[in-house]
Design a binder for this molecule. Structure first.
Ligand SMILES: [Zn+2]
Length: 234
């Protein structure tokens, strides 16, 4: 019995170390998250600017097509003018051309403002791209530091887990299973010494008979109040 207890406590010692390493790993996450939040915000600004550029480019292409189309129409009417026979036909053709010229003039004015907006949008896109590049460069060192710390802790964790696995084979499967369940449920220490007359995890008194059982035989009991494993420390 005493051997089982010693084997279990050795495993628990390793678990404490593993738990500490895991906490150090989790402590790195907020640092990464902070970097991500900043970078995501800048990337979103760039995306918005890019959307504006794309929309203005579309409008520009559309207007250019329309202007070319209407100019071709004017040219076509010009040619048709030569073929008209009557004054009435000539008047109608001139009126049609005038109308088409007005449309083209409006479209060209609109194109000028689209070109201006596009220029502004591209400048903004360029600025945001610059900001994103600067952020990436600036964060690369910070991310490198975190990654290096992560690698060190991962290495230590692998060693600690291997050590734990070696020791765990000396604990009876049933007992180890019970211990693991309690440890995972409580997310902390699962085996506690009886201190004075009570369970040291919850301070509830342990009945005399069970206490004697543990102290005389090195047995492991379960605390009826908080559910941890109890043992008698010499
Ligand atoms: Zn207890």
């Amino acid at each position: 019995m005493q051997q089982e207890l010693e084997a279990l406590l050795a495993v628990q010692l390793d678990d404490t170390e593993i738990h500490g390493l895991e906490e150090r790993l989790s402590a790195l996450l907020p640092r990464l998250k902070e970097l991500d939040v900043k970078r995501t915000r800048i990337a979103a600004e760039l995306e918005r600017a890019t959307t504006v550029v794309t929309a203005e480019e579309k409008k520009q292409a559309f207007l250019r097509d329309k202007i070319a189309e209407h100019k071709a129409l004017i040219e076509h009417n010009q040619t048709a003018m030569d073929a008209v026979k009557t004054m009435r036909q000539a008047t109608a053709a001139v009126a049609q051309m005038e109308e088409a010229r007005k449309i083209v003039a409006n479209e060209e004015a609109e194109l000028v403002s689209v070109n201006r907006r596009l220029e502004e949008a591209r400048a903004s896109q360029h600025t945001h791209q610059g900001a994103l590049d600067a952020c990436t460069a600036e964060q690369s060192e910070a991310r490198g530091v975190v990654a290096a710390e992560q690698a060190v802790i991962d290495g230590e964790l692998a060693v600690a887990r291997a050590k734990r696995a070696e020791k765990a084979v000396h604990v009876p499967v049933n007992l180890l299973g019970k211990y693991d369940k309690i440890r995972i449920r409580r997310k902390s220490q699962a085996a506690w010494a009886v201190q004075g007359l009570a369970c040291s995890a919850c301070n509830t008194a342990v009945p005399m008979q069970r206490r004697n059982q543990m102290s005389n035989h090195g047995g492991i009991d379960v605390c009826e109040a908080c559910g941890v494993l109890m043992y008698f420390a010499e």
